[in-house]
Every structure is written in C-alpha cells, then in structure tokens.
Design a protein around this ligand. Structure first.
Ligand code: NAP
Length: 423
C-alpha cells in the first residue's frame, strides 16, 4: 500500500467535506487502488477553524506556506477560493515540485494559462475536476473518455443557482426577485449573488471547458455574457406557450477555426432533455465526433457532492495517473455581433392600428424576417405585449432594429430579446 500525503488550504464547505469523505470512503479507495491518502495538515486563515480540524483528526496551521514548504506533502489541495493569494500559493507549490488539486474556477478562468504552463514546465499535475459542474465527472470524461473525439459543440447548464431561479419562476409563477429570495433562503444563492445571476460563474467554467476541449484560454472580456436578472415571468410564460423553456446556457461551438463562446439566457425546446433539468442541477450536452451526442447531469455544487470530484483528482494524481496537460492552440473568438441565431422578441406596445406594420418595416429593413407573431391581449390604446419569433438573423441587425423600434412613440419600455438555440 502506497501512502500519499496531502495538505489542504481552506477548511470551508468543500475542504471539510473532503476530509470527512476521505475518512468515510477510505476503505473503498484502498479496495480500488493500492493507496492510502493521509491529510498531513490542513490550513485556514480563520484560526477558530483549529477546533474543526481537531475534531476531524487533522493537524492545523493558519500558514499556507507551512504546507507548501513541507517536504512530506506530495499534493497541495487548494480549496480556499478567490484569485489572490490562491494563485500565488498554487504557483509556489508547483515550483516546489508539488502536484496541485483545485476547485477554483474563478482562478483558473483568470490565470489558468500561466498556472498550466508552469505545471507543464515543472512536469507536475493539476487536478481541476471540481472546478466545473461539482460532482459530475466531466473533466475526466472529456480528457480521458473522449480523448479521441472532437467536441463540436457544448451546451451547458453550468450554474445551479440560476437554474434553480428560472425553474422556480416557471413552476411557481413567481418573479425573479421572489425566486432569488427563495434561492438565498435555501442556501443556494449568496447574499451578493452577482457572480451567479449575471452569468460570471458560468463564464468561468466555460473558459475552463474552452481550454479543455479546444486548447484555448479565452480572455473573459471577449466572451459575451448575459445573466438572468432581466428575465421576466412574462417571458417565461410566453416561452412555455411556444413550447420552450428559458435556461441560462454556456455555449461553445467551433466552426472553421472560429470559436463561438457565450453565456446567455436561451430558449430551449421542451423536446430537448436540457429543458427538463430542474432545481439546482447542472447538465452538459456535448456534440462530439465520433462518439455522437452525450448528456451529463448531476449535482453541480455543495461541499459533499463536490468532495467526490476533489478526491477523484487526489487519487488519480497519487496513482501517477494525473491528467496530461494539453497543448494550447491559437483560437479566434467570434464577435457576438457577427453571431446568427433565431430570436424571441417581446415588445410592449400601445394597442393601436398600424403598430405591427411599423415594427415589421424596421425589422425587414434590417433583413430580419418574422416567423410568428403572438398578440393575445387586446386592450385598445393600452400597452400590451407583442411576441415575435424570428428566422435566423444577425445579432448586430437585431440590436439595431430593437434600438430603432424602442424609440417609436408607441413602444413603452425596452424590448426583450432572447436567443433560441436549436440543439
Ligand atoms: P468556503 O466555504 O468559503 O471556504 C474557503 C475557506 O478558505 C474559508 O474557511 C476561508 O476562510 C479560507 N481561506 C480564505 N482565504 C484563505 C487564506 N489566504 N489562507 C487560508 N485559508 C483561507 O468556500 P467553499 O465553498 O468551500 O469553496 C472552495 C473552493 O471550491 C472555491 O474555489 C469554490 O469556487 C470551489 N467550489 C465550491 C463549490 C461549493 O459547492 N461550495 C463547488 C465547486 C467548487 P474565511 O471564511 O475566513 O475567509
């Protein structure tokens, strides 16, 4: 039996769950691998965590450097989160010849390029399974199970909080603020939920998938990112009538050398399994060649489920089967203005004769053709919603058209546009 010693930085939700799961499942691990994983020391900046460490049977320090300098520690497990100083600790650990496991998507999306190239130079491994979709073994499935496959398209529900909010809005017919409050009360959303609801968390995970599938670390500010805070109950209900659900999707497609990467609320047909991913679950739908279409679904967060992904990395690296660090490739990122999609558009218009003609004229002048129009409520002279589905159109043209239409006197309030993906 080989003994491997690890040091954990960050005794929070995930850190504590990793230590507990390592203990609970140590028998299972040693039946499956000739390994014994020992937590040599755990570190947290909050000195009050010493008590928790003691209860877990671990020795404690508040100095990450102590772990990094310890020659007996083989693997540093970074579970403190944040960009600085987590990135410095990881780089120092790699320079000291240690392998690293991290769940830190924000850090990898920002500094993955430097961290992975340092690991490659130092011939070290980095495990990052827990950084995308918590417990779902997506990283290993792509890097090992699909090693001979091209990933043509990725459609991911990568953020559980936003999926929960959209699901609750539809299910209970409540508005965004009420659903967000429910998510916060159930511990599924932070008190400052910006990273989740504005799509930033999904963006971080999309950057990691872009590297994994295409070898490209994209600049975050080059990726179109739109959250769900502007999605109204009205849109959810109209989408449902049209046989769609609204999901926050992270999308990646590679065509003719150009990478189309974006995070956006999206109309997904109710016929598609992604539209049925409920509550705070995550799911990823891959189009690959030659493996075809694949769907992964599971717990995307939570200390206990996520501990499984962290331990999987620890065991792989300890067994000498750490993921090979893939080469980087050059990638051109498509400008969202050039993207083409079908659109759901909602106008709030005064119910006057000739309004539809005015809207249609502007759309057609920008080569946007209408597939269907719904105006159910009639209320002469009052403001009513008009819903249009378009045929495929250029994003730039749609933006221009909506700016022009919104300036018409008969339009009251900004129009809504949501892209439709035919998955
Ligand atoms: P957490 O509960 O906030 O735990 C982080 C711990 O690290 C806290 O105790 C924190 O102390 C400590 N810490 C912060 N800075 C430190 C430093 N400089 N030195 C030592 N300790 C430090 O976070 P978490 O939810 O466990 O998440 C950890 C990582 O896993 C993050 O990168 C997160 O994105 C990722 N992740 C989390 C989940 C999840 O469901 N929670 C799922 C997937 C991935 P203070 O509290 O005093 O700041």
């Amino acid at each position: 039996m080989k003994i491997k010693k690890i040091g954990i930085i960050g005794l929070g939700h995930v850190g504590e769950a990793v230590i507990k799961s390592l203990r609970k499942y140590s028998g299972l691990i040693s039946r499956r691998t000739p390994l014994k994983i020992v937590v040599k020391k755990v570190c947290d900046k909050d000195k009050a965590k010493r008590k928790i460490a003691k209860k877990l049977g671990c020795s404690f320090t508040s100095s990450p450097q102590e772990l990094i300098d310890d020659p007996q520690i083989d693997i540093i497990v970074e579970l403190m989160g944040g960009i600085k100083p987590a990135g410095d600790f990881i780089q120092e650990a790699l320079k000291k010849g240690k392998d690293v496991v991290t769940a830190n998507k924000a850090l990898l999306a920002t500094s993955g390029k430097q961290i992975f190239s340092l690991a490659k130079r130092k011939n070290r491994s980095i495990g990052f399974e827990a950084s995308v979709c918590g417990a779902i073994p997506l990283i290993k499935s792509i890097s090992q199970g699909l090693v001979s496959c091209e990933v043509k398209k990725i459609y991911g529900i990568l953020n559980g909080t936003t999926n929960y909010i959209l699901y609750k809005m539809a299910k209970e017919r409540i508005d965004f603020k009420q659903a967000l409050r429910q998510a916060q009360d159930n511990g599924l959303a932070e008190r400052s939920p910006y990273l989740d609801i504005e799509g930033k968390d999904a963006l971080h995970k999309l950057c990691i998938l872009s590297y994994l599938c295409y070898g490209v670390w994209p600049l975050q500010n080059k990726i179109y990112t739109e959250g769900i805070s502007k999605i109204s109950l009205l849109d959810i209900l109209y989408a449902q009538e049209l046989n769609y659900r609204i999901k926050l999707l992270a999308i990646a497609k590679k065509e003719k050398g150009v990478l189309d990467l974006r995070v956006q609320p999206t109309l997904v047909s109710m016929e598609h399994p992604l539209s049925h991913v409920s509550l705070a679950y995550n799911a990823v739908y891959l189009h690959t060649q030659p493996a075809g279409e694949l769907l992964f679904r599971g717990e995307g967060a939570g200390g206990v489920p996520t501990s499984s992904a962290v331990i999987s990395d620890i065991v792989s690296i300890a067994s000498g089967k750490g993921m090979a660090i893939r080469d980087e490739e050059k990638g051109v990122i498509q400008n969202i203005k050039d993207a083409r999609a079908r659109y759901y558009i909602r106008f709030m218009a005064q119910d006057h004769p000739g309004v539809l003609a005015k809207i249609s004229k502007i759309l057609s002048s920008l080569n946007i053709s209408i597939a269907s129009v719904t105006q159910k409520e009639r209320n002469k002279g009052r403001v009513v919603p008009i819903i249009m589905l378009t045929h495929e159109a250029r994003e730039d043209s749609v933006r221009k058209a909506l700016t022009e239409i919104d300036s018409l006197g008969v339009i009251k309030g900004p129009s809504q546009r949501i892209r439709i993906e035919d998955l």
